[in-house]
Design a protein around this ligand. Structure first.
Ligand SMILES: C[S@@+](CC[C@H](N)C(=O)[O-])C[C@H]1O[C@@H](n2cnc3c(N)ncnc32)[C@H](O)[C@@H]1O
Length: 164
């Protein structure tokens, strides 16, 4: 497993990323660690910037957020859902992406670690074996690995975890 002090050597640098911005980083990571990914969940999607970017790349994106009507772009893809109990079957996705959703729970909503664990366990459940979880707050690596994720990469900005 990776140590906190030492990022894995093969992580992409920002300037290696071909698509600009956050959505570019997410897509690059997803392709790098799961080149055959097709079904991807954008958890805590907000207005769905990452969902939109994934759709442009041909991914079958599903957008979920607790707030009804926040994602307007393609309503057929949207699920109003609480991340603590997701309305998806076990092994539904090749990838799950969350951008500042868990940070929002922890910092703004001040939920206890137990809630973060519950959400992470749900992410683990809905991923297929070998599926990739791309997460923005990397300081939660310890929680993720405790749930059954292998750390593929973490840095100051993103963490990549594989379902074992
Ligand atoms: C900071 S926003 C992130 C927005 C989005 N990921 C983006 O890239 O723009 C956090 C989102 O998490 C959603 N959220 C908060 N608690 C949630 C929960 N328990 N389950 C699902 N979504 C939740 C909020 O409604 C909000 O849209």
């Amino acid at each position: 497993m990776a140590s906190y002090a030492e990022p894995l050597p093969f992580h992409p640098r920002r300037d290696d990323v071909s698509i600009e911005g956050t959505e570019g980083v997410f897509l690059q990571y997803l392709k790098m660690y799961n080149p055959h990914a097709r079904d991807v969940l954008d958890l805590g999607c907000g207005r769905g910037i990452l969902t939109t970017a994934g759709l442009k790349e041909g991914l079958n994106m599903v957008a979920a957020d607790i707030r009804r009507g926040i994602y307007q772009a393609d309503k057929s893809r949207f699920f109003q859902a609480d991340a603590r109990k997701l309305p998806f079957k076990r092994g539904s996705f090749d990838g799950v992406i969350e951008f500042l959703f868990l940070e929002d729970l922890r910092v703004l909503q001040k939920v206890p670690d137990e809630t973060i664990k519950t959400v992470t366990a749900e992410v683990h459940r809905v991923l297929r074996h070998g599926g990739i979880f791309v997460s923005r707050p990397t300081h939660m690596s310890e929680i993720y690995t405790g749930i059954g994720f292998e750390t593929m990469y973490y840095g100051a900005d993103w963490g990549i975890y594989r379902k074992q």
